[in-house]
Design a binder for this molecule. Sequence first.
Ligand SMILES: [Fe+2]
Ligand SMILES: [Fe+2]
Length: 299
Amino acid sequence: MFRRRRTVVGPAHVDNLVLEPRDVTFDWANLPLHWVPGEPFVTHTINVLHLLLPAGERWFVHVFTQALPLIKDDKLREEVHGFMGQELIHARSHQSVLDHWKAKGIDTDPYVRQIEWMFQKALGDRELISQRREEWLIERLSIIAAIEHITAMLGNWALNSPALDAAGADPTMLDLLRWHGAEEVEHRAMAYDLLTHLDRRYLRRVRGMTVTWPVMLWLWARGVVFLMRTDPELSGRRQKARWRYYFRASRRHLLPPANDIVRGVLRYHLPRYHPSKEFSTGQAVAYLATSPAARAAAV
Ligand SMILES: [Fe+2]
Ligand SMILES: [Fe+2]
């Protein structure tokens, strides 16, 4: 069986790191529908990212824009701007996959519209007076900090997933996942630092995660079911998504293992948790130096 590359963890910092948006683009003209060959379940489980992230990351930027006037630290404000620039390009890049599918006749709008409703309405702005408005802002920042912990975990996994290369996964899609994953690792402390700059309460932080992980799991499972049913190359029983497919694929290191995710979510509850203690900025920056999309954006 293929062995997973050892995950690099720990406070591997890069001094004076400045968060910079990289203006990447991706060409999907040659993207196979099952971009992990012969693995529709793995392909669609990872594809759920394209359904969730465009609306989600635009919402991050919307909420962070409201937090900007409350920031009393110039360096933090500068990092927030860098974070917002990165997230907008992430959203655009995942949107480009949805646009490519649509041009090929695969319509994800019915699912994406539900995600947009969640971020724009259920988690959108509310008519509240001053202090309550700020409470609602901080509540949403605590949800973003929790999501960012999960995206950094997934990004770290993407950077350490050689089984996908061995399975013949499409190199452009792998670059999207690893470029995005590397930037998630790079800015993993940003949302947490903004939240704790405005509200240091432990319960506020963990409440964000308590709401976030079950909803993300539910949306992810529904997203896989939706994509398998929408897939024009699958029919009959092959369209069904099963939990055992996930466990089988994660044992082959084609998807993140459930125990790593559960342990990662639990670590977020430790009182001394800080994102900088997780994963490796050095590894993220090293990938970004070789990423074809990031290199093309730099010239
Ligand atoms: Fe992102
Ligand atoms: Fe992020």
